[in-house]
Design a protein around this ligand. Sequence first.
Ligand code: PLP
Length: 367
Amino acid sequence: MNELYLDANATEPLRPEARAAVLAALEAGGNPSSVHGAGRAARRLLEGAREDLAARFGARPQDVIFTGGGTEANALAVRGLGQGRRVLLGATEHAAVLAAAPRDTGGAETIPVRPDGTADLAALEALLASGGPALVCLMAANNETGVLHPIPEVAALCARHGALLHVDAVQAAGRVAMDRAADSLALSGHKLGGPPGAGALLLRPGLHLPALIAGGGQERGRRGGTEPLPAIAGMAAAATAAVPEAAGRLAVLRDRIAAGLRALAPEAVIAGEAAPRLPNTLSIVLPGVPAETQVIALDLMGLRVSAGAACSSGKVARSHVLAAMGFGEAAGCGIRVSLPWNAAEDAPERFLEAWAAMRARLSRRAA
Ligand code: PLP
């Protein structure tokens, strides 16, 4: 059976540049906090990675905090910046952000999305006008649908109302050009084509952030713990290689899948199709057929896709993203196809052939 990996939003395949950087850092060894020669060599590697990542995303090196991944980068921002503020969360945020909101502020408030998945800016403005200083959390790109929020407009609204803006850029980074208007930006190494085990939070210059994990004073006292240098070196190399110009190729493949689906199955809906989206992501809703059943049927044919967020320990539930977009019962019937950076040119046709067979079998059963 020929495998077709279409689950890049769960994790991207390792890029060769990242693999080389990981191996070099592993071989170099050393702890960046040690004062001897081996430590100083590790420190040089760490600071090189910091400079590369900062340059890639328009930040200053001293404003980059390395973490253990995207979840931790989001938690660090939301917990730290949310202290003493109202926390406003996009309805379609990832669990990493939803679960991080501080509970001592009377609970987070929800920013609704429109049916196309983009943030309802009028509702956000009303929320901002209705109370004290806020922290707004909106992702750059949604992990299930690929829908992009209008971050520059959101940033302007936040500035007008004295609110801070945290952006989860885990899925957008490397795939689309990104605006640096946010106060903080979360990144994840393995979503860029690096290894798992590293992430980063990029801060606006001058912004103070208390540590979530205290310890040996690493990362200027903002994240305790020995930095996972091989994973960080891999992340920085992957970020340098992951450029939106190259990801643009994937939009052509994505659109061939969408056109094929329209011809095959008029009842299938592509969530958020009317909104600006990531070039690699397609959320396909097949009403009446549970997402889990679709994923398993496709898996048996060698097609690796996912239902909803893959981060929920293998569980498949009704998607809160599709529910927030008004899909009702069909919110449990969506699969996510996410093309990896190295997707083959014939991936759309191979997907469509298997998907048509799956639909014929499952729709007959559902009827
Ligand atoms: N934010 C988004 C939008 C994601 O898609 C994910 C993972 O799927 C995360 C955060 C968590 O990142 P990590 O797996 O690096 O903890």
